[in-house]
Ligand binder design. Structure first.
Ligand code: XMP
Length: 486
């Protein structure tokens, strides 16, 4: 037995453990008996698939975040862009699904068909609302859709092709989406404006918006029926402003992105964010890997904790700084930290997932959700285009502490260290192109369902309570040296 106080114990990574099969009453992992829904952070509605895409610039922009939320998972938009750009990305996710459009595209009646086409392209909508006079004040005179545009030339004024208000069906405020759909079906129309008693436009319902809800029954939705999205912020002075702007854009979770979350200024910035009246959005903080680290983040007021120091595929922290905790132990440490808490802080296991079985193991160790970087970097929805290498299509993935990412961070004013003096703790590499992200999601969720059925766990909480591990006695291999599963 070890008695040297310098050695705190042994650490276990994903490959060092296996889940123990136990007697199970679950008929099949496909029988619908298993509920994988989990919370990303306190105060956020549970998501159907407990997976998050990492806030890395080769993983999560608006496309990844939108896709994940549509299928019931969750994306965290990276912060390595200007505040305006990040806000725009978050808004794009929010605008993808809506019960009612309360900011429809509006245009004056003397505008041309070409003007309307430009507006529709910008706003990605299938109609424009037309008003009279200098500026839109809620009163409107008609609606036009691309089908109406066929009736004129690009220079034709909209008033000549629009459907005038007198010929439009409308519904009063308070009508539900289903109620509006019934009207649209009966009248054989695809859009119906919601109009107040004084004649002002309140919003527009469309059959298309309704279809989205039908098509994605498990989508991760906020209270207004919009897709949920998270966004990362840093710890610089300007990040308070970034947080405020992201809150205005209605992001559901702010993720404080610090490699070593147990720093004094984590507490400082959390305090500053939490006293800010305008910020009621839950904040996840990290990254930590020890019992003390998890408690520190909890006591600093975070609504969720991100766990993982060094397990990432493109991480070099363990090699460069010599620091890290194997990921199963890191997650178990956080779970131990909160073991006697009444309202346990949700734990995000961040990094190191190479195979579907790793997700089940991370959750069995105590994670509520799991954050994925490199496995999603190779998909169609990650930022950037695939390139051909050795006869194969690949996409770039890079650590946010890599030399090339540092160049970008320097250009954004985040650091004044010269590139020569910077010691990277991440690498840049290429991962096989995998097509749509949903394929990866399905594989990972399928593995989780299977792992849960072997453990007789019908919920994430049951997995926490019931699952047990055996340690595999094979030479320990650092997680990042394992091949990335395609
Ligand atoms: P995976 O294994 O899914 O891990 O690719 C994603 C997580 O890796 C972390 N990350 C880094 N860690 N240096 C590090 O030490 C880096 O440059 C770096 N970039 C990303 C991060 O926590 C991410 O979610």
């Amino acid at each position: 037995m070890n008695t040297n106080p310098k050695i705190l114990g042994e650490g276990l990574g994903f490959d060092d453990v296996l889940l123990v099969p136990r007697r199970s009453s679950i008929r099949s992992r496909f029988s619908g008996e298993i509920d994988t829904s989990a919370q990303v952070a306190r105060g956020v509605p549970p998501i159907h698939i407990p997976l998050l895409s990492a806030n890395m610039d080769t993983v999560t922009g608006w496309r990844m975040a939108t896709t994940l939320a549509l299928w019931g998972a969750f994306g965290v938009i990276h912060r390595f862009m200007s505040i305006d750009e990040q806000v725009k990305e978050a808004r794009r996710v929010k605008e993808r699904m809506r019960v009612m459009e309360d900011h429809p595209p509006v245009i004056p009646e003397n505008a041309t068909i070409a003007d309307a086409q430009r507006l529709l392209h910008e706003r990605e909508r299938g109609y424009v609302i037309i008003y009279e006079g200098e500026s839109f004040d809620g009163a409107f005179v008609g609606i036009a859709t691309p089908r109406d545009f066929d009736a004129g030339e690009p220079v034709t004024p909209l008033r000549e092709v629009m459907t005038p208000r007198e010929r439009m069906w409308t519904v009063p405020p308070g009508t539900t989406l289903e109620g509006a759909v019934a009207v649209m079906r009966q009248r054989r129309i695809e859009k119906v404006p919601v109009v107040a008693e004084d004649g002002r436009l309140v919003g527009v319902y469309t059959t298309k918006d309704h279809e989205h809800y039908q098509h994605y029954p498990h989508a991760s939705l906020d209270a207004k029926g919009q897709l949920m999205v998270g966004a990362a912020i840093g710890v610089q002075e300007g990040d308070i402003e970034r947080a405020l702007r992201l809150v205005e854009a209605e992001v559901d979770v702010l993720v404080l992105d610090i490699a070593h979350g147990e720093l004094d200024y984590t507490q400082e910035i959390l305090r500053r964010l939490k006293i800010e009246e305008r910020i009621r959005t839950p904040i996840v903080a990290g990254n930590v890997a020890t019992v003390e680290g998890a408690r520190y983040v909890r006591d600093a007021g975070a609504d969720g904790v991100k766990v993982g120091v060094g397990p990432g595929y493109v991480c070099e922290t363990r090699d460069v700084a010599g620091v890290g905790i194997p990921q199963i132990t890191a997650i178990m440490n956080a779970a131990e930290a909160f073991a006697s808490d009444q309202d346990r802080l949700p734990i995000i296991g961040d990094g190191g997932i190479r195979k579907p079985g790793d997700v089940a193991k991370a959750i069995a160790a105590g994670a509520n959700t799991v954050m994925i970087g490199s496995l999603l970097a190779g998909t169609e929805e990650s930022p950037g285009e695939p390139v051909e290498q050795d006869g194969m299509l690949k996409k770039m993935v890079r650590g946010m502490a890599s030399a090339s990412a540092f160049e970008k961070r320097r250009a954004l004013g985040e650091s004044t260290t010269s590139a020569d003096d910077y010691v990277p703790e991440g690498r840049t590499t290429f991962t096989p192109y995998k097509g749509k992200a949903i394929k990866v999601l399905k594989k990972l969720r399928g593995g989780l369902l299977s792992g849960m059925s072997y453990c007789n766990a019908r919920s994430i909480e049951a997995m926490h309570d019931q699952a047990q591990f055996v340690i595999v006695k094979s030479p320990l291999a650092p997680e990042q040296r394992r091949p990335l599963q395609s």
